[in-house]
Design a protein around this ligand. Structure first.
Ligand code: GTP
Ligand code: SAM
Ligand code: SF4
Ligand code: SF4
Length: 332
């Protein structure tokens, strides 16, 4: 790092950039996308791979070391491996990860690995084809399982499974996921449902809290023990079953927000910088990139965006306003 770090007004240092590569997706999870009539971004509005690399080369000297590719579904973006190849080659990028729904993973695991990707998070909320269809409004459960198996075979490590937990819907998945974690060697992370759905149907009553899941596991399966020291900047708290087999994580975004230690910011597929998942304002980096702004001008815009970041989300407050962009359009 050869410049001042990216600090916000509360002194939080921003080292983790999440890049959305598309808003398109091949499934329709109810907590993220509308069921139909989705209006996707115009292709010419998407940042090109060259532009994404330019953004990464701009922020690495400001202390960014960790990058995650997301979407929409990142694997529907053509030649994603090419982007991976470009980004792992940027000096200073110490950690590149990808979050995917896994539908296209079986076909792409090998080329992604060959391009230099190692860390993979696969989203899967249920362990039966019927429940998968209910949540995603599409078929594809077997393809996700095949994708996870292919990724393991190729050598990806770690592979984490992201399961959004929804009250009244996914309680019955908790114990099967515990068994899956033990048998597959993948860490399963239960994520609290956040108000980022396109239908604005989120209610607090639909959030299945991390503490409740821990309790269900302890009573119906086996108690959990914390793993290692907590890392405040990592949202997931990690546990292992009492017999030492099977890792489980919890991402309690609603009940125990981790905003005080947030080190993340995002760029949408159409090049808008967002200091928080729940931001109501964005910085139009694409216009600067395409308008021929100097590096200094762009760096100043990034710094200004981060500086004004708020202390944390307001999900639990009366003044909460859901952002206009749903999760698929922000980049999860
Ligand atoms: N509140 C909040 N939740 C987030 C944020 N980033 C990710 N999440 C939630 O955490 C879940 C897991 O995120 P992933 O994309 O798998 O990545 P990660 O856990 O940040 O990645 P690693 O720590 O590198 O494994 C997402 O599905 C979101 O629900 C964030 O900035 N704020
Ligand atoms: C938006 S998706 C993008 C990447 C990819 N399509 C996938 O599903 O992994 C990233 C993550 O956000 C999570 N997510 C989406 N909507 C959410 C919500 N309303 N609350 C909590 N997590 C959500 C998904 O479960 C997924 O793990
Ligand atoms: S969570 Fe991921 S897979 Fe599901 S609809 Fe959103 S972008 Fe697609
Ligand atoms: S909600 Fe905003 S401030 Fe809180 S952890 Fe997520 S991105 Fe950071």
């Amino acid at each position: 790092m050869n410049e001042l770090p990216l600090l916000d007004q509360f002194g939080r240092r921003h080292t983790n950039l999440r890049i959305s590569v598309t808003d398109r997706c091949n499934i329709r999870c109810f907590y993220c996308m509308p069921a139909e009539n989705v209006r996707f971004m115009n292709r010419r509005d998407l940042l090109s791979f060259e532009e994404i690399e330019q953004v990464v080369r701009l922020v690495v000297p400001l202390g960014v070391t960790k990058i995650r590719l997301t979407g929409g579904e990142p694997l529907v973006r053509r030649d994603l491996s090419e982007l991976v190849r470009r980004l792992v080659a940027v000096p200073g990028v110490l950690d590149l990860g990808l979050t995917t729904n896994g539908i296209l993973l079986e076909e792409q695991a090998e080329s992604l690995y060959a391009a230099g990707l190692r860390r993979l998070n696969v989203s899967l909320d249920a362990l039966s084809a019927e429940a998968f269809r209910l949540i995603t409004r599409r078929d594809g459960y077997e393809r996700v399982l095949a994708g996870i198996a292919a990724a393991q075979k190729v050598g990806f490590a770690p592979i984490k499974i992201n399961a959004v937990a929804v009250r009244g819907l996914t309680e019955s998945e908790i114990v099967p996921f515990a068994k899956f974690a033990r048998e597959s060697g993948c860490e399963v992370r239960f994520i609290e449902y956040m108000p980022l759905d396109a239908d604005a149907a989120w209610e607090r009553g639909k959030v299945l809290f991390a503490s409740e899941i821990r309790e269900i596991l302890a009573q119906e399966f086996m108690p959990l023990e914390p793993v290692g020291e907590p890392h405040p900047e990592i949202p997931a708290s990690e546990y292992v079953f009492a017999d030492g087999v099977g890792r489980i994580g919890f991402i309690p975004s609603v009940s125990e927000p981790f905003c005080a230690n947030c080190n993340r910011f995002r760029i949408t597929a159409d090049g808008k910088l967002r200091s928080c998942l729940f931001s109501l304002e964005e910085t139009d980096l694409r216009s600067l990139l395409r308008g021929g702004a100097s590096d200094t001008e762009m760096t100043n815009a990034v710094r200004a965006c981060i500086h004004q970041k708020w202390a944390g989300h307001h999900i639990n407050a009366a003044d909460f306003v859901q952002p206009e962009r749903p999760m698929y359009s922000i980049g999860g």
